[in-house]
Design a protein around this ligand. Sequence first.
Ligand code: FEO
Ligand code: CA
Ligand code: CA
Length: 590
Amino acid sequence: GATSFLGGASALASAATQATFLMGFEQVAASTADEITLPPGYNHEILVAWGDPIIKGGSKFSVKNDAQDQLLQFGDNTDGMSIFHLNNKNGGLDESRAVMAVNSEYINKEFMHTHKGESMTADDVKKEIFAHGVNVFEINKNKKGTWKVNKNSPLNRRLHGDADEFVMTGPVTGHPLLQTLADPSGANIRGTLNNCGNGQTPWGTYITCEENFNGYFGAPKGTPLSKEQLAYGLSENGFDYNWWQTEDRFNMAKHPNEANRFGWIVEIDPMDPSSKAKKRSALGRFKHENAAITLAANGKAVVYMGDDERGEFIYKFVSQESYIEGDRAHNMRLLDEGTLYAAKFNDNGSGEWLELSFGKNGLTPTNGFKDEAYVLVYARLAARFVGATTMDRPEWVACHPSSPMVFCTLTNNKYRGEKDSQPLNAANPRATNPFGHIVRWVPENRDHTSNRFGWDMFAMAGNPNTQTGLMAGSDNVNADNMFNSPDGLAFDADGRLWIQTDGNYQNEGIFAGQGNNQMLCADPVTGHIRRFLVGPKQCEVTGISFSNDQRTVFVGIQHPGTDWPNADKDGVPRSAVVAIRKDDGGIIGS
Ligand code: FEO
Ligand code: CA
Ligand code: CA
């Protein structure tokens, strides 16, 4: 059970009353103000917002910008991001120069077009597609400590939804399931979409994660959809983007395999703007939230991943080959080949990784699993078949920097306990779970390649003011730090756990007193949680990356709803990345 690995949840709760030495800042109160609130002694500046030029020749933001303008500008709805410092003349890291890779997850039609999406042209559709994907650009810090985008850097690029710069790698490459009229090779993919969370590899590459790709596809009324398409949420109307009416490849009636080319982990070399981005088929196709990458003691690259949908699963990939220090070319192939697993959380605190390999655990033609490619393209079906535990929408996973602890946010699940396929279990114990929770696990023998782990509940979000029992939340949640719908999750190098929320911001009913979406900091051992930041109205706080010296933290403010950040004359709210620093230049969170 968990006690053999972790000491159990009760020990965690009592530890939460002890002092924490990780957090030196004063807690911020919940707020509904249309601004960013930070602890005393902290400041923030906007680094880049949707529509800012990030490539040489790019135009200034205007809501009247067209598709060609958007090609040279920062995309919409900022999400996961990573920083890669450049080297200085002595071969060390340059603390003032870095390349940043930032996801642009989706678009808001009502703000993207002057007509609010009500009279779409083919060019408007292109603008929307170009506003998705990944933004890669150099940032420089001046003497005052302010970071600025260097839009003239040769490293800058936009890997958008229509970019001809993606290749499929790994076992599914070239398989009939990936072949289309435009690409009979099944290997050359156009674009990346719904880039949600991220990952950063120890060998210096960026991972972008394709999440709700299903929303972009559509089909004429009455088009029959397969059980595989339905399992990934594909439907006639998608999320009403209606791209399929002018962009033929999104029409499932004509191009049923195009959707199989999305929903992957994508690896990008931020230092080589001429390199192809690689979709990594060995890591499985699902609604990828983020990718937490660590190296096992034997050098295998281990990637933990969540599939964000009600009742879907947590996955783990273990590379075939091992990491070799200093051999970047070799390491950049580690995600080509390996073994995929899905997690089973037993009620007694133990857990198992169930292998999703063709021919194992019943994943055979007799049971409908035709070949290795089928298992990976339809990884959800495989995980369900082998008996993995349905979870309350797995969002981000984060690995502790110096211990084998792994954490995952389960954001909420209105169907838990109400659908036969999603019964209550110890890892998802709350019916209709409106607040979400965070689980923690440790692999057996501290070995990330082990097939066994122990787990416990790190935090149950809740509202101790208005609720009782399980709905009040765990002991480390109180009237002063309460929140709902944990989503973004990341460790800094000192082991502070940062939690970002994407939840209900109405501040009423069961959410009364929780205010706008926010970012909190937790001590992963004692369980203390302290609110660090409150975002502007209606936004989601998502995406986090620290400069190497930990003296700047970049945080994403996604889909603010009114007119934040007041940076333009159009009165259009714009998603933005903000740079947060301490007035005294100290380490963030200390
Ligand atoms: Fe893009 Fe599940 O958040
Ligand atoms: Ca998210
Ligand atoms: Ca979310």
